[in-house]
Design a protein around this ligand. Structure first.
Ligand SMILES: Nc1ncnc2c1ncn2[C@@H]1O[C@H](COP(=O)(O)OP(=O)(O)OP(=O)(O)O)[C@@H](O)[C@H]1O
Ligand SMILES: [Mg+2]
Length: 247
């Protein structure tokens, strides 16, 4: 049996040593999966993915990426090892241009590879290619998310984790962002998607995990959760998209 793409075992994590927010999470993400992580506000979804990415302290338990234990690997090396993370906020540099944002992300690559990788991303995100000298801060919400995802993809990561990429976007733009994620997943990237936009996320996901009070409360096929009104009522709250105020 091959190792899962990403796995946490008995993971306990949080901002203060005596205050665990993630309280013993065993999460297994198979290679090629598009997993959606759902749960009410404050459940600890962001804390869980931030702990996996290395930006929130891990108190105990482990995180592995493929065969490798990356529990104690510093964040920048996790990226180099193939774990790409698009945080919920501050995922681009607003005062830099599109091109400068991509150049900064490419700095982890050998010099000779950078230009080719950036060119490949422009081919994948033609919307960014038409205006490389625009300031990232002047882009629309959807374009910013595209740029944040492009930055994350520069290292050809096997695993891409995104924290609420649909926050604050209109339903039409959410559909575009999700279609892009589906394509990335179809190209072989394992995707973990934290979402509040329940219906749209379940529609593109293969499997869903529901986190409540820092623990996994339920997991199953995305399609079966989509059709389960009790689950929706109990754990998922509203399926309305977030408003900008939540960010
Ligand atoms: N920087 C921080 N310092 C201390 N506590 C925090 C911090 N960020 C979040 N928390 C706390 O951690 C708990 C879980 O928050 P988290 O942001 O992980 O939830 P979430 O499931 O992502 O919620 P949402 O759906 O609102 O994004 C909350 O009680 C929150 O108050
Ligand atoms: Mg969150």
């Amino acid at each position: 049996m091959t190792a899962p793409a990403l796995r946490t075992q008995a993971l306990v994590a949080g901002y203060e040593p005596d205050l665990p927010i993630v309280r013993g999470v065993d999460l297994t993400v198979a290679k090629g999966e598009l997993l959606v992580l759902l749960g009410p506000n404050g459940a600890g979804k962001s804390t869980l993915v931030k702990a996996i990415a290395g930006v929130v302290p891990i108190h105990s338990g482990s995180v592995s990426l493929g065969e490798r234990d990356i529990t104690r690997v510093p964040t920048h090396r996790k990226i180099a090892e193939g774990l790409a993370f698009v945080p919920q906020t501050e995922n681009i540099f607003a005062t830099l241009t599109i091109h400068e944002n991509l150049q900064l992300a490419a700095a982890v690559l050998p010099k000779t590879e950078r230009a080719n990788k950036i060119a490949a991303l422009y081919a994948r995100f033609p919307d960014l290619a038409t205006k490389p000298s625009r300031l990232a801060g002047s882009l629309s919400g959807g374009q910013r998310q595209m740029l944040a995802v492009a930055r994350a993809l520069i290292v050809d990561p096997p695993v891409l984790i995104l924290d609420e990429p649909s926050a604050g976007l209109s339903p039409k733009i959410v559909a575009e962002v999700f279609a892009m994620l589906k394509t990335i997943n179809a190209d072989g990237v394992t995707v973990v998607l934290v979402e509040q936009n329940v219906k749209a996320a379940l529609a593109i996901a293969s499997r869903a995990v529901i986190l409540v009070e820092g623990q996994i409360r339920h997991e199953g096929e995305a399609s079966s959760l989509l059709g389960d009104p009790l689950i929706a009522k109990l754990y998922l709250g509203t399926s309305q998209p977030h408003t900008a105020e939540h960010q």
